[in-house]
Design a binder for this molecule. Structure first.
Ligand SMILES: [Zn+2]
Ligand SMILES: [Zn+2]
Length: 343
């Protein structure tokens, strides 16, 4: 099969023909339809990354596809031809958590991430997934939308973890894919003001389509600007950028009692001044991933036309265009989701 292969830190991906993947007894083989490019893919290929990839890895963890082969232990449970969004973790099936049937993200400590270095991902024509990883797509949900389910679930889980109250004033820092997904679900689940801090004009326009009620200037006090719009500072601040220094800047600027949800992934040592959090009684909440049930919820909301999500995609490319497109994303860009299509 053809795949975009990781050749080493800070090196360009290369399109190669590699061995076909085959499903193990509890796995399904998918023909990949679409796969999104994620910011964490870029980070994983950098030399300073703490989640460095083995050379020869195939990334791609935001994908949809069609079941073309069913593992021997799963016969009768699935149909070939069924389109699915893939959950990008394969649980071990034998640990305590797996035996309990606990599919909560992180519960199985031996789970393998698909496209995250432990198992070939979907920057390839085919990918294998776990039996629990196939989330059926109804006909009305496109395969392209199917590949957006994963990043949308990241945002949904961040909003869940914030325990947001109806009518809340929410500030979202950064209108990349995670920021957009956070805005969408914050608005959908009852926030009154969803205010985005973002520089790029095109991203601000997209943010408005994803539920942002206002956009503010990242170079001025965010709390003061939110106050001018909402009559009060933000109740919840979602940090969706992950740049070093940003968390402390957010703490310094936050109003007393605010909750800061850290959805951005800063992969280097970073400093905060804890006393700022103490005197303001700030809450810091870190978030990771999503729950399997989130996939089905998001698919259903798209299928029932309750949310519109495809505007997150700014670029549509082929597998052959991926190595160049991937390099281009290393420089600051106003692109949002770059989507690889295989059909
Ligand atoms: Zn991702
Ligand atoms: Zn397990």
């Amino acid at each position: 099969m053809r795949a975009a292969v990781f050749k080493g830190p800070d090196r360009k991906l290369e399109i190669e023909t590699i061995d076909d993947v085959r499903p193990e007894p509890h796995q399904l083989l998918l023909k990949v339809h679409h796969c999104g490019v994620c910011g964490s893919d870029l980070h994983m290929t950098e030399s300073h990354s703490i989640s460095a990839l083995p050379v020869g890895s195939v990334m791609g963890h935001e994908f949809s596809g069609e079941i073309i082969e069913i593992g021997s232990a799963l016969k009768g449970r699935f149909k070939t031809g069924q389109r699915v969004a893939g959950f990008p973790y394969i649980q071990c099936g034998v640990c305590e958590a797996c035996k309990r049937g606990d599919t909560t993200f992180g519960a199985c400590t031996a789970a393998k991430g698909i496209g995250l270095g432990q198992h070939h991902g979907a920057y390839a024509e085919y990918v294998t997934i776990g039996a629990n990883g196939a989330h059926a797509l109804p006909d009305i949900v496109s395969s392209e939308e199917g590949a957006l389910i994963e990043p949308l679930c990241v945002g949904l889980h961040a909003v869940d973890m914030a325990k947001m109250e109806r009518g809340a004033t929410v500030l979202v820092i950064g209108a990349g894919p995670v920021g957009l997904a956070v805005m969408l679900w914050a608005r959908f689940l009852g926030a009154r003001h969803v205010i985005v801090s973002e520089r790029a004009e095109n991203r601000k326009a997209t943010a408005a389509r994803f539920g942002a009620t206002d956009a503010i200037d990242p170079n001025q006090s965010l709390t003061a600007q939110v106050q001018a719009i909402a009559g009060k500072g933000p109740d919840i601040i979602f940090e969706c950028v992950g740049a070093p220094g940003l968390l402390n800047a957010v703490m310094m600027d936050a109003p007393r009692g605010a909750k800061i949800v850290v959805a951005g992934v800063c992969q280097q040592m970073d400093q905060i001044l804890p006393v700022i959090g103490v005197v303001k009684e700030l809450t810091l909440q870190f978030v990771l991933g999503y729950r399997p049930a989130d996939f089905d919820y998001v698919i259903e909301m798209i299928a029932k036309d309750r949310v519109e999500v495809q505007h997150m995609i700014t670029d549509r490319i082929t597998l052959d265009q991926l190595p160049d497109a991937f390099e281009a994303l290393r420089k600051p860009t106003t692109q949002c989701k770059v989507m690889v299509g295989f059909q």
